[in-house]
Design a protein around this ligand. Sequence first.
Ligand code: FAD
Length: 188
Amino acid sequence: MSLMRLAYASEATFEAKPAEQGVEPHVARILMTSRRNNGKCNLVGGLYYGDNRFFQYLEGEERDVRETFERIQGDSRHRNITTLIEEQLDKRTFSNWSMKYVPLSTDVRRFLSGHGLESFNPALFTSQQCEEMIELIRRSSGDQKLVNHDATPVKGKKAQAFSPGLRAGLLVAAACLLGALVYAGSLL
Ligand code: FAD
């Protein structure tokens, strides 16, 4: 069995919907499917989405990478797919991520301005720039949550420690506890 790695660039065909919180909805669906499928065959890598373009890196068993890429190529949610890297690999270079998602983050913006690039157009990346992108994906190890498209906090909304559902549950539990205490107190 042989390992390989593959990177490509493409253009989204959908019109990006504003994502007040979380990831752009089309991208979120792609990520959910990717994580489910890639995890099963130990395929790792990362997906960048920004300026309505994708950059994706895949690494794993050659058969799995090729099968997955064939499905990806047939997907109508993007077009103009340009293969940037397609080669054998001696050993894996990623740890256990099924598919990292990295929005057009501060790191990438710094990378773009460092190279004098005004927008995210990975189809035009040199091989050195591709390697830098892959390194950014590799280093962004921390957060597997589906984060905001531009990672900017939404104005006027404070960060919430608990989801609304959990908050409601905690309130009900606290009310029950209080009621039980009052009842127990009345029995004494
Ligand atoms: P399904 O169960 O067939 O579909 C999963 C969900 O996606 C369903 O809700 C379905 O309605 C929706 N969906 C599927 N195709 C489309 C479509 N053309 N338009 C709108 N909705 C659709 N797949 C991977 O397995 N691994 C990857 O790393 C990966 N990366 C991707 C990167 C990009 C940029 C894009 C556009 C797609 C990627 N995909 C990836 C998705 C891939 O193209 C296939 O849609 C997917 O692999 C099908 O797998 P499935 O049969 O298990 O999913």
